[in-house]
Design a protein around this ligand. Structure first.
Ligand code: SF4
Ligand code: F3S
Ligand code: FES
Length: 249
């Protein structure tokens, strides 16, 4: 089959190409199971070597190839051509500065990520056997889903609240915070919850729900944000708030 790509291009270093513009490419001999990323590679390797994009693993793990494909955020390596049709429009994810073609500056995204302290804090002595801090299955189940986040930014850059105000911490950072807030081994929940109570924290989420269907890992992003909102309201002197506890209120 023949597939036409319409790609948003931009190169700030080249006069004439330093404003965003659309360019079309036609590919022949495409099969239904080709991935969008493979076809972007074909365009780059066979037609225009200047086409610029991020990618690494090609298997939906590294999260580097988030793009807006036919108006919806996705990882180019996970989308098959049979799922997007014979006309494919590709543009950079929204809400972050575009550096070149499909590559955006991820620094504002990672700044929000760092602000939620995405690491475990536990100052008690390590267990006597000097090994791991163990969890039971119930405690682990509270965070299993949010540990699947690969920081691809599909959720944050599909969120109208983030488009309107880039200071909003965004759903990805809240998912990462959720992973530690509900981790029974962590001792910093109150600090994290306080940071997320900021005017640009969780309350900027208006439950628009774009983020959840955009997540390539199937994380229930809006639900996780709701649990963090409830935890903030319940924020007690306890170090750890359990999902089961906030659901009681
Ligand atoms: Fe990507 Fe999903 Fe993580 Fe958002 S929650 S950054 S969409 S993996
Ligand atoms: Fe945005 Fe998702 Fe909330 S799209 S407004 S973060 S539910
Ligand atoms: Fe790694 Fe797509 S290239 S997730």
């Amino acid at each position: 089959m023949e597939v036409t790509f319409r790609i948003k291009r931009y190169n700030p270093e080249l006069p004439g190409k330093d404003k965003p513009y659309w360019q079309e490419f036609t590919l022949k001999d495409v099969v239904a199971t080709d991935r969008v990323l493979e076809l972007l590679h074909r365009i780059k390797w066979e037609q225009d070597g200047t086409l610029t994009m991020r990618r690494s693993c090609s298997h939906g793990i590294c999260g580097s190839d988030a793009m807006r494909i036919n108006g919806i955020n996705a990882l180019a390596c996970k989308l098959l051509i049979r799922d997007v049709g014979e006309k494919v429009q590709v543009e950079p994810i929204l809400g972050l500065p575009v550096l070149k073609d499909l590559v955006v500056d991820m620094e504002p995204f990672f700044e929000h990520y760092r602000a939620v302290m995405p690491y475990m804090v536990n100052n008690t002595p390590v267990p006597a056997d000097g090994r791991e801090r163990l969890q039971n299955q119930t405690d682990k189940d509270q965070i299993t889903e949010t540990t699947n986040c690969i920081l691809c930014a599909c959720c944050t850059t599909s969120c109208p609240s983030f488009w309107a105000n880039g200071k909003y911490v965004g759903p990805a950072a809240i998912v990462q915070a959720h992973r530690f807030i509900f981790d029974t081994r962590d001792q910093t929940s109150p600090t994290r919850l306080q940071a997320l109570s900021d005017p640009n924290g969780v309350w900027r989420c208006r439950t628009i729900y774009n983020c959840t269907p955009a997540c390539p890992r199937g994380i229930q992003v809006t639900k996780a944000i709701g649990e963090v909102k409830l935890a903030i309201r319940k924020n007690s002197t306890q170090n750890v708030v359990k999902v089961s506890e906030i659901k009681e209120h």
